[in-house]
Design a binder for this molecule. Structure first.
Ligand SMILES: NC(=O)c1ccc[n+]([C@@H]2O[C@H](COP(=O)([O-])OP(=O)(O)OC[C@H]3O[C@@H](n4cnc5c(N)ncnc54)[C@H](OP(=O)(O)O)[C@@H]3O)[C@@H](O)[C@H]2O)c1
Length: 345
């Protein structure tokens, strides 16, 4: 059944509605009695700082064991101590595991370790970057597309069969990709390229960091709409969720000069805390059940994705991107994994 929204995709994507959300909407925390997360195990990537650290803390407060999947274990250990110092919990409730999602080898090593877990119910793919300057990863892709999109998709699919097998009870597992309002503001000029992904291997005519960040998040949403058709929601529920514009994180660490000043002014007038932003991500993995499958969660509600996603062009692009991405990551046997997960038994 098609999902109905209480707002049109066009209105939600507009700047006015963004200002309204930032200024007047505060998602409420998930309550332990409603969450049903007690005893579950969750992975949160990029959780040594910012929104990821807050997500991890909220999951612990709801009764989860949490693996902080971080690229710098010493910073992860500091985060673990911070979480433990304000909570009366056994020391092994929060663990720190190494994961650098810019490296396929690191993802593979991490997945081997995850296979050894007794239980796994939830994965929150939060690690992300906002590149100030254009740079390319060793795979040839522009770095934000590599990190925010390709590496996260690889991790998402490799986690599917593990969550299918190791979730507690019959409730579906949950995978949430942390996305952004910005996805709706992407010009996505690369969509005219006959091979979409190849468009991200060459320099932009005029580097536009905001547009590239937005596009890297839009790609994730496009892919999830298609992947959700192949993964039964009763096995793993897949969502993309937006924390909103949050202060106190490290996302703008590369910003300087006039851009830095503009962002600081926006922080002052518009932003929410990372703790408030994290609430929506926790709602995404606890509040909606199977109806959230393949959907976008914002301010603790299922909301429309960017308008293009509902247009014939968007449906075609999602399919094309899905096939190209599975081809690009074919070394990991993702098509076989999805086929296996698609069988509900
Ligand atoms: N802040 C906002 O206003 C906002 C709004 C919408 C969406 N988001 C999204 O929210 C997520 C969290 O961002 P944040 O604002 O909390 O920023 P942040 O504090 O910089 O968090 C990003 C996390 O990702 C990690 N990370 C980056 N590259 C990685 C890699 N190659 N391997 C493993 N981890 C990596 C970072 O680790 P290091 O500390 O080691 O670099 C950091 O822990 C991102 O996906 C971002 O796009 C943020």
């Amino acid at each position: 059944m098609a999902t109905t929204f209480d707002i049109s995709p066009e209105k939600r994507a507009g700047q006015l509605h963004y200002y309204y959300r930032q200024l007047f909407v505060t998602p409420q925390p998930v309550l332990r009695r409603n969450a049903g997360l007690s005893g579950k195990t969750a992975i949160v990537t990029g959780s040594n700082s910012g929104i990821g650290l807050e997500i991890a803390g909220q999951l612990v407060d709801l009764g989860c064991s949490v693996i902080l999947a971080v690229r710098d274990e010493s910073r992860g250990e500091k985060a673990r101590q911070e979480l433990n110092s304000t909570r009366n919990i056994p020391p092994d409730i929060v663990q720190v595991w190494k994961l650098d999602i810019s490296s396929y080898d690191s993802i593979s090593t991490f997945i081997s370790r995850v296979k050894g877990l007794e239980n796994l119910d939830i994965a929150i793919l939060n690690a992300g970057v906002y590149k100030f300057t254009e740079s390319f990863s060793s795979t040839g892709y522009e770095e934000s597309v590599q990190i925010n999109y390709l590496s996260n998709i690889l991790l998402m699919i490799l986690l599917l069969p593990i969550i299918k097998e190791k979730r507690i009870g019959s409730a579906p597992g949950q995978i949430c990709l942390v996305s952004s309002d910005a996805a709706a503001w992407s010009k996505f000029e690369e969509r005219s390229s006959s091979h979409l992904l190849s468009a991200f291997t060459t320099k932009m005519a005029n580097w536009n960091m905001a547009d590239r960040y937005a596009t890297s998040k839009l790609l994730g949403q496009l892919f999830i709409t298609e992947l959700a058709k192949h993964v039964p929601p009763s096995v793993v529920t897949l969502t993309a969720a937006n924390p909103g514009f949050c202060n106190g994180s490290g996302l703008g660490r590369e910003f300087h000069g006039i851009i830095y000043l503009i962002v600081m002014i926006q922080f002052f007038f518009l932003s929410r805390t990372c703790a408030v932003g994290a609430r929506t991500i926790v709602h995404a993995v606890s509040s909606f059940g199977e109806q959230a499958h393949g959907q976008y969660i914002e301010d603790a509600k299922i909301q429309p994705m960017p308008p293009i996603i509902y247009k014939p062009e968007g449906l075609r692009l999602a399919k094309q991107l899905y096939e190209e991405t599975l081809d690009e990551l074919s070394f990991a046997g993702l098509r076989d994994i999805i086929n296996q997960v698609s069988k509900t038994k």
